[in-house]
Design a protein around this ligand. Structure first.
Ligand code: AMP
Length: 413
């Protein structure tokens, strides 16, 4: 679990604001849920034979004896909220996003934390291939807007319950004589959740699944047509993608379209986003029989990739001489600047030299110097910290001049 320190916060704001901007363009609105939910929600939603639920949930019993869990992912919580508030009754198409911390008791490593943050999208009430492709294209648009490099979008279809049953049977038959080479998790999963064996990272498991049947060959007519149309629509949206028949995702609820987005520079944990369609989940959680699709970006992984410097702070540092009259005047100047929405700071009770040092480190382009000389002449000294040039202007002209110098700073960049 990490602290997010002031030195990094500009990156976080950039990521969050970019996501809001892109989602707004696609007509999505924000929904926020609590971080704590009844444990049962995740058992029903995610599936009790997934790593996330089986091993990684932070759960406890609260004072009333209710089993609660820190959310390990957002989809189940968002759907719980949509169902609880009858949002689909108000509008049968819900296009939602949310952001916030998720909790999984995983083995910590670079890019994998126990508290991490996701940007999450859920789209409910539409089942057309175009809505799949549009959702994937929104994920891609966000990755581009964030400036991520070496993007790779991999897609697959996991079919519906019918075609998946047949595929599972074929996969189990294939894995039967490979059981000895599977890790202990996979030899157990082979019976309960064989699809998960396909994306196990253990080398012997990877070798064992070479030549395994591909789900695409088992898709029923409806799922096959859907998958083909999603691919056509992705081409229309100009989203480059590759098919990956091995792509199964860690949570049980996915049906039909699934995808993962990877980026250059992350090492082995290179997925920045993943998601897919979940046509049975709303119903499973006690809602109406409507389909859905969604995805999640991991914010920490995006932050690791950002070559993004804090934007220039547009504002002034006010440096004042130690003197009661100057002090009173400085407070007026600070108020005047702030009333004009110009960021302004001062460091009271520090020597003049220390204040100048602080101004230099503040990141503001301008420094306003107020001393007895200025007070007597009714002038203000403005120092441009970029090139160390200095001018004096009358008090009445000061605000106008500061504004124009700040604008010029912006142009210079
Ligand atoms: P998932 O909810 O497992 O489909 O993950 C979606 C995205 O969340 C992944 O592509 C990662 O970017 C991110 N993510 C998942 N688990 C973690 C974690 N433990 N630490 C950091 N990021 C994570």
């Amino acid at each position: 679990m990490n602290d997010i320190l002031p030195g990094d916060i500009a990156k976080w704001h950039f990521v969050e604001n970019t996501a809001r901007r892109i989602f707004h363009i696609y007509g999505f609105t924000e929904l926020r849920t609590p971080v704590l939910e009844r444990t049962e929600l995740f058992f029903r939603g995610i599936g009790d034979d997934t790593d996330v639920v089986e091993k990684q949930m932070y759960t406890f019993t609260d004072k009333s004896g209710t089993a609660v869990a820190l959310r390990p992912e957002a989809t189940a919580s968002v759907l719980r909220s949509v169902i609880e508030h009858g949002l689909l009754g108000t509008d049968p198409i819900q296009k939602l996003y949310s952001m916030g911390p998720m909790f999984r008791y995983e083995r910590p490593q670079k890019g994998r934390y126990r508290q991490f943050h996701q940007i999450n999208v859920e789209r409910l009430g539409e089942d057309s291939p175009s809505s799949d492709a549009e959702t994937l294209s929104m994920a891609y648009a966000l990755a581009l807007a964030l400036g991520l490099k070496g993007l790779k979008m991999e897609v697959n279809s996991l079919g519906c319950d019918d075609c998946r049953q047949e595929f599972k049977r074929a996969l189990i038959a294939f894995l039967k004589d490979k059981e000895k080479s599977l890790c202990s998790d996979c030899s157990r999963r082979m019976k309960t959740n064989p699809l998960r064996v396909l994306d196990c990272k253990v080398v012997s498991c990877r070798q064992a699944v070479e030549g395994a049947p591909a789900i695409e060959d088992f898709l029923c007519e409806g799922c096959r047509v859907h998958y083909n149309k999603v691919q056509d629509a992705l081409r229309s949206f100009d989203v480059p993608f590759e098919k990956n028949p091995r792509l199964v995702r860690g949570l049980d609820y996915y049906t039909k379209t699934t995808f993962e987005l990877t980026a250059e520079g992350l090492g082995s944990q290179n997925a920045v986003a993943g998601g897919g369609r979940y046509d049975n989940l709303v119903k499973t959680l006690g809602g109406p029989d409507v389909s859905g699709i969604g995805f999640a970006f991991g914010i920490e992984r995006i932050i690791m990739l950002l070559d993004h410097h804090a934007p220039e702070k547009k504002g002034c540092f006010v440096v004042l001489q130690e003197d009661d009259a100057v002090q009173a005047w400085a407070l007026e100047v600070l108020s005047m600047l702030r009333t004009a929405y110009i960021p302004a700071e001062a460091a009271f009770k520090k020597s003049f030299k220390a204040q100048m040092r602080k101004a230099g480190k503040s990141g503001y382009p301008l420094c306003i110097i107020l001393g007895q000389a200025e007070l007597e002449k009714s002038m203000v000294t403005i120092k441009d910290l970029r090139d160390s040039s200095q001018i004096q202007v009358s008090r009445t002209e000061a605000l106008k001049k500061i504004r124009s110098m700040l604008d010029k700073q912006g142009e210079k960049k």
